[in-house]
Ligand binder design. Structure first.
Ligand SMILES: *[C@@H]1O[C@H](CO)[C@@H](O)[C@H](O)[C@H]1NC(C)=O
Ligand SMILES: *[C@@H]1O[C@H](CO)[C@@H](O)[C@H](O)[C@H]1NC(C)=O
Ligand SMILES: *[C@@H]1O[C@H](CO)[C@@H](O)[C@H](O)[C@H]1NC(C)=O
Ligand SMILES: *[C@@H]1O[C@H](CO)[C@@H](O)[C@H](O)[C@H]1NC(C)=O
Length: 439
């Protein structure tokens, strides 16, 4: 909020000045603002992507000031383009791997193995409105991450992205399993030729949590969530990582008892008489806040924190446990589908808490936070989920029609196209910093 205020303030100031001075001064000031804000602001272009306010009466909290920056920025080079706002366009050349060329595909996302009859869902690429997003280049990716490490912190959708990344990189090299534990929730993979490590940390609520009932009101477990407490399973392990990709969301739909300062403050759908029912967004905001605060509190962490925004599920004609399913076979056009309801709420919470953390990180001494804004691209892909092709038909699985995870290959591969673009950006800003220092 403060960053927003500062930006508004700057723009207002420039407008007041303009009234008193020549137009040439306006140009100079605008240029100055752009020079000082744009490089810093690039990663924030995803703050409120235009899909949130395009053809929409609801206005984004920052749309006016953001638009000003956006509209004055001129022709879009890849450096200044909002890569997260666009459309899916056909790509006959995709996919770039198969379940035969890549062993890293999780069973439940190996849709072709379980008989998915159509293949069109693999044959799209993301086209940002103002530029091209290059298709994933594994050699370039490995060059950028040589000698570095990347951790996926979150739930099974985070793992889904990690496995997509391993498959995309498999055209160049497969990693070696260097996990510290046999627990599949905590994997470590190493690319020997590149000294590059990928790790995954299982923490679907991001904060300290425990399951107190396997069943609970919705048969999905009942959890105690300690909304203001770090989960040491990951917060004590990330000091040395160069990149963290933090994400969470779907588990917050489950019933949970919310604790703060060790006291029960309420619950989400626990159906216990004298416990206050709180909305899921209450727990979600606190959890995201605490996770990002944990990162900012680490003395020796110097990495880049990437918050991956919420990817909505696509159940239709019922909830996940009431016969809902995802049977569409084509992406939506951006005009056809608007982010709304709980999905919009979760997304906004992420963006707001991200801003708070980014500002705090900046004050702490340049700790970098970036937004990997997968929400719109994912929202437009109801066709990319396993549905009933995540297991054999006779198998008794909790999520029978899976409209949450993503088939591999599939639309989630694009998240890694975004990631590569962001890494390129980091390299460019790093090079620019070095030039400044040596000048
Ligand atoms: C890969 O998919 C094919 C169908 O396209 C299936 O017959 C095969 O069993 C799958 N193999 C693996 C290893 O998943
Ligand atoms: C490999 O990378 C790590 C950092 O991830 C670094 O500490 C180590 O020195 C590197 N090893 C070699 C052989 O370059
Ligand atoms: C609910 O209220 C009853 C009686 O007022 C009390 O015994 C019980 O401990 C309360 N439960 C919780 C979870 O606070
Ligand atoms: C599926 O599994 C659940 C518990 O794991 C059990 O209660 C249920 O009866 C099973 N259903 C079938 C059709 O086997």
């Amino acid at each position: 909020m403060k960053l927003q205020f500062w930006l508004n303030h700057l723009l207002e100031k420039s407008q007041t000045l303009v009234q008193k001075t020549q137009k040439r001064v306006l140009v100079a000031i605008t240029a100055l603002i752009l020079v000082t804000i744009a490089p810093l602001y690039y990663p924030f272009l995803g703050y409120f992507p235009s899909f949130l306010w395009n053809n929409s009466s609801q206005s984004s909290p920052s749309s006016s000031s953001f638009n000003t920056v956006k509209n004055t920025k001129g022709a879009a080079s890849t450096t200044q383009c909002d890569i997260f706002t666009g459309e899916w366009v056909p790509n006959p050349e995709a996919p770039y791997y198969t379940n035969l060329s890549c062993w890293a595909i999780h069973e439940h996302q190996n849709c072709m193995k379980y008989g998915r009859p159509d293949t069109e869902f693999m044959k799209w690429r993301w086209k940002p409105n103002d530029c091209e997003l290059p298709i994933f280049n594994p050699a370039k990716f490995l060059q950028l991450v040589t000698g570095k490490s990347l951790a996926f912190v979150g739930d099974s959708v985070a793992r889904n992205q990690m496995q997509s990344l391993i498959c995309l990189l498999s055209r160049v090299e497969y990693p070696v399993d260097v996990s510290y534990t046999a627990d599949e929730h905590f994997k470590r993979w190493k690319y020997m030729s590149y000294n590059f490590t990928i790790a995954s940390f299982w923490t679907p609520f991001l904060v300290k949590a425990e399951e107190t009932e396997a069943d609970g009101p919705t048969k999905t477990g009942l959890f105690n969530l300690y909304l203001d407490e770090f989960n040491p399973e990951w917060t004590t392990q990330i000091d040395d990582f160069d990149y963290l990709i933090i994400s969470a969301g779907h588990w917050f739909f489950r019933p949970g008892m919310y604790y703060e300062k060790g006291q029960l403050v309420g619950c989400r759908y626990c159906l216990i008489e004298n416990v206050t029912d709180l909305p899921m967004s209450y727990g979600y905001r606190k959890a995201i806040h605490t996770a990002l605060r944990a990162i900012n509190s680490l003395e020796s962490f110097k990495g880049v924190t990437i918050l991956r925004t919420f990817a909505p599920s696509h159940f239709e004609n019922g909830l996940w446990n009431q016969g809902g399913n995802c049977l569409r076979r084509r992406p939506y056009r951006s005009k056809e589908k608007r982010l709304d309801g709980t999905d919009l709420e979760l997304y906004r919470i992420q963006v707001e808490e991200f801003k708070v953390a980014a500002e705090r990180g900046g004050k702490r001494g340049g700790l970098k936070f970036r937004l990997l804004d997968t929400t719109q691209a994912s929202l437009l892909r109801p066709d990319g989920h396993p549905s009933r092709y995540g297991h054999w038909p006779h198998e008794n699985v909790t999520l029978y029609n899976d409209c949450v995870h993503w088939c591999l290959p599939g639309p989630i591969d694009t998240w890694n196209d975004f990631l590569l673009d962001m890494l390129k950006m980091e390299e460019r800003s790093h090079t620019a910093d070095l030039k400044k220092v040596t000048r």
